[in-house]
Design a protein around this ligand. Structure first.
Ligand code: NAP
Ligand code: SF4
Length: 677
């Protein structure tokens, strides 16, 4: 029995009553935008997506947000539930989930001033910083009609077979816009005092409860920390929570941070469980179940929050993309087999922001369930995989799971390849969970591991299929003085084989350049420490102040190192970073005083430092250390050797194409190749 199997997750797995329902455990799959609603075969794909997560035993699944009316749509294509006929088309999804023993609730989300549609509305005509459209101020009649629209939408959901609804009152959407002075400047009965600002959500909950009866589950998602100036203080949040309870809500879920907030809330830079105190504040005010959410991604942290009494339930969204069977594996004593969400946002939020249906970096099946088979192969093959980085591990474990006889060669004495470097960046040690997961899968499915063995052509005879996933090596630019002792590669710095001095030049401002710069300016004690995180980003650790802010999230946070990051392009540094994490990295570096310079021409390196030309002027940047983050080259020596001998190989990952290689592409290619063997 592993240490993980010995751990108890008794609170998380115990049933709990919510309204008229006895829930099978204390885990909710939180709402996520999936974009599956507008895909071809939409219903079939949603059935596959949600039913798989119900098989994984979450007590309640909350769908992505459905607008209760046309103005509330997130974008012109967004899902809505204002037409009873359309709503009925969702019945097979509900039935598939209920057949697996979970409840399913439709989230009702009115996007308010975040709606990317010309007809967007808000309590006051104040444009959101993340939307170019100025909202129209709602009239009293609009407000009353919208309350009625929420009630009708809930009724439509009920008629379609949903067990309940979640009313989205957080994240800066319409309801949240009414509750705080940041966005509600009204002087009628819907604005001004807290009593007036709370009237809109209170009346919505009342109308939904009245329309749908007592056994329909009503979850209200309250904003437990707005993280914007003019947000609600804790006593107003508690007051609203009590009113919502009095109107008959069964569960209070908590939301953290508006979408326009300048504080990271769910990315890997946020310590696990950072927001638990915000949920605890709500729980202290009411007696219905309160749900903690955001940056909870393991059964350990979930159990810890529940057992400490800070919340009654846990909502996890992305962790159910990474592993639909999170709860089932925990219940069966296999928590160490959970594929953990690493909070990278790369295939979930960043896909949504680029109009693609949701998926997951560590689990390419997510949102693509109908494209993958689970059943064992009928023609098992003998497969060699050379290179045990992300691509190789994914290929080997998937192929072995499907019944192939797999041998994995890795030249280093440990698996992981580039993931071993990536995990050194602040917060990216979440990748260690991916390494733990694949290590377990390789063992479970009987992959023969040849660690510390650089495979040669002699080792690769007798296989039906040879997969080359030998990865990449750091690119060394052709520059006079690049062999100067002050020069190090990103691999040397991140692996700890070389230490950087106090003044550092980072050459290259791509993903790795940003990671290295953040690594260099962040003290180890700053990561995984909620107090340090709150101090860095201006958050009140007790979550009592207005908006739970205690300072300017962008205030400088000087570092003991002076770091300059360079690129030859004239575009904004980090322009290619992920939409949902790039702004955090850029702001973190700015706060730490990292200077980013573009349009640079590299000349040479010598004892004086890095010689560059900028705006036609020669300059010298003195540095103790110059770190090369100048891209990668594919590692193809073995593949070329084998090709010369007439051996057929399949190349994947960085070996196939080094440009823009990341773990997302590596794992996706590996899993898909294994499926095609
Ligand atoms: P990258 O994003 O392509 O950046 C490479 C950098 O090197 C660029 O700034 C490029 O800028 C510079 N460069 C390229 N060739 C050069 C040369 N011969 N001499 C000098 N400079 C040169 O690649 P990466 O940073 O190596 O990252 C690899 C992949 O991992 C990328 O897909 C990246 O998106 C991903 N990744 C993402 C993150 C993240 O999003 N947080 C973190 C790590 C990695 P100039 O040509 O303008 O100088
Ligand atoms: Fe989590 Fe990253 Fe997967 Fe999103 S893509 S669910 S953040 S692991």
């Amino acid at each position: 029995m592993t240490d993980m199997q010995k751990k108890s997750f008794g609170t998380m797995l115990s049933p709990i009553r919510a309204g008229q329902h006895m829930l099978r455990n204390r885990v909710i799959m939180g709402s996520m935008h999936t974009r599956l609603e507008t895909e071809p075969d939409s219903i079939a794909r949603q059935i596959a997506f949600y039913a798989e997560r119900a098989r994984g035993e979450a007590a309640i699944l909350v769908t992505g947000g459905f607008a209760p009316n046309a103005e509330g749509m997130f974008d012109p294509e967004g899902p809505r539930i204002d037409d009873p006929e359309d709503a009925r088309s969702l019945r097979p999804i509900c039935e598939a989930v209920q057949a697996e023993g979970s409840l399913i609730c439709a989230q009702l989300l009115h996007a308010g001033r975040y709606a990317k549609i010309e007809s967007c509305v808000a309590p006051s005509p104040i444009r959101a910083p993340i939307n170019r459209i100025v909202p129209r101020e709602m009239t009293d009649a609009d407000i009353r009609r919208t309350i009625e629209d929420f009630a009708k939408a809930a009724k439509n959901a009920q008629a379609a077979g949903f067990d309940g609804v979640e009313i989205m009152g957080s994240e800066g959407y319409l309801i949240n816009e009414f509750t705080v002075i940041h966005t509600n400047k009204r002087e009628d009965e819907w604005g001004g005092s807290a009593e007036n600002r709370h009237r809109f959500p209170v009346e919505i909950v009342r109308a939904v409860r009245e329309r749908c009866g007592s056994d329909f589950l009503v979850i209200y998602r309250i904003s437990a920390a707005d993280l914007v100036e003019g947000g609600a203080p804790a006593e107003e949040i508690a007051d609203l929570a009590r009113k919502i309870e009095a109107e008959g809500a069964d569960i209070l879920n908590t939301g953290i941070g508006w979408h326009e907030a300048r504080v990271p809330t769910i990315a890997y830079q946020v310590p696990r469980g950072a927001w638990r105190q915000a949920a605890a504040n709500v729980k202290a005010a009411v007696s219905i179940p309160v749900v903690a959410s955001n940056r909870i991604n393991t059964p350990e942290i979930a159990e810890d929050i529940l057992a400490s009494g800070e919340a009654d339930m846990i909502s996890m969204a992305r962790p159910f993309l990474a592993d639909p069977h999170f709860v089932k594996k925990t219940r069966e004593g296999h928590a160490d087999e959970i594929n953990t969400c690493i909070a990278c946002n790369q295939a979930c939020l960043d896909f949504i922001f680029s109009d693609r249906p949701v998926s997951c970096l560590v689990n390419p099946r997510a949102g693509r369930e109908t494209e993958f088979r689970e059943s064992p192969t009928e023609s098992p093959k003998k497969v060699a995989v050379v290179g045990g980085g992300a691509a190789g591990m994914a290929t080997a474990s998937e192929a072995a799971m499907l019944g192939h006889d797999v041998t994995l060669f890795e030249a280093q004495d440990k698996l992981g390849g580039q993931l071993n470097l990536a995990q050194a960046a602040p917060g990216k040690d979440e990748f260690n969970e991916t390494l733990r997961y694949y290590g377990g899968q390789l063992q479970k499915h009987g992959v023969k591991l040849r660690l510390g063995q650089r495979a040669g052509s002699d080792d690769l005879t007798g296989f039906d299929h040879v997969v080359i996933s030998t990865g990449v090596t750091p690119r060394i630019p052709d520059l006079p003085g690049v062999d100067h002792p002050s020069v190090a590669t990103y691999a040397e710095i991140l692996s700890g084989n070389r230490a950087a001095g106090d003044t550092v030049v980072v050459m290259g401002a791509g993903g790795i350049g940003h990671d290295v710069a953040e690594f260099l300016v962040t003290e180890p004690a700053e990561t995984h420490n909620t107090d340090a995180f709150c101090e860095t980003w201006g958050v009140d650790p007790q979550f009592t102040t207005s908006g739970a802010l205690a300072g300017d999230p962008l205030a400088p946070k000087p570092s003991r190192r002076k770091v300059v990051m360079l690129q030859r392009k004239t575009s904004k540094a980090g322009a290619g970073l992920g939409v949902s994490t790039g702004w955090i990295l850029r702001n973190a570096l700015r706060k730490h005083g990292v200077e980013a310079l573009g349009g640079v021409v590299y000349d040479r390196i010598d004892d004086a430092g890095l010689h560059i030309v900028m705006d036609g002027e020669p300059k010298i940047i003195a540095a103790d250390t110059i770190v090369l983050c100048t891209g990668q080259e594919p590692e193809r020596a073995l593949a070329e050797d084998l090709a010369a001998q007439g051996v057929t190989v399949t190349m994947i990952g960085g070996a196939k194409e080094a440009a823009e290689l990341d773990a997302l592409r590596a794992i996706d290619e590996g899993v898909r190749l294994a499926q095609s063997l």
